[in-house]
Write a protein of this length. Structure first.
Length: 174
């Protein structure tokens, strides 16, 4: 899976570096759908300034062929086997986590896992995010507004060393 993550970082760079006119053909449709591209600056952060990130969300249903739920750029289509393999490995990890949680809660081992079958329609996504650096030293702030991920479990892979948390009332420069 680690090799796949490294490959997905490379593919993700290519996807998020597509020309803007190509991205415009595959925009997400908020609030109807989060699938597709979200342009930089479309959302606001806690200071009411524009965000500094863009993403491309690829739905599990499209990857696994459960449903045709989104138009997919040709570049993404050429890497669907990588996305599918990554998703299958992720599902294996999630099954282990779900089984462990259920067992620790004295529930049947598959109490949670049976609710998250990859062959059924799902809101699960593979999200590729590109966060842009501050253009000025005095513009140190979060790239994305504080949020709670939707879904049960989030598997996060990044190059900055972990999930970044901004404590309430604290400056991002602190």
């Amino acid at each position: 899976m680690m090799e796949e993550i490294d490959q997905l970082f490379d593919v993700g760079k290519d996807i998020l570096n597509l020309p803007e006119d190509a991205k415009q053909r595959y925009l997400h449709d908020i609030p109807k759908s989060f699938l597709g591209f979200k342009p930089r600056g479309q959302a606001k952060i806690e200071t009411n300034e524009p965000d500094r990130f863009e993403w491309f969300n690829l739905g599990q249903d499209s990857i696994m062929g459960t449903e045709t739920t989104q138009p997919i750029p040709p570049l993404v289509q050429t890497h669907m086997s990588l996305f599918a393999s990554f998703l299958e490995h992720g599902q294996s990890i999630l099954a282990t986590i779900n089984t462990t949680l259920a067992t620790q809660l004295a529930l049947p081992p598959y109490a949670f896992a049976c609710l998250q079958t990859p062959t059924r329609p799902s809101g699960t996504v593979v999200r590729i995010i590109k966060a842009f650096a501050a253009e000025r030293d005095e513009d140190v702030r979060t790239s994305m507004i504080h949020h709670t991920d939707f879904g049960t479990i989030t598997l996060l892979a990044n190059v900055v060393g972990g999930l970044q948390v901004l404590a309430p009332g604290k400056s991002p420069a602190a």
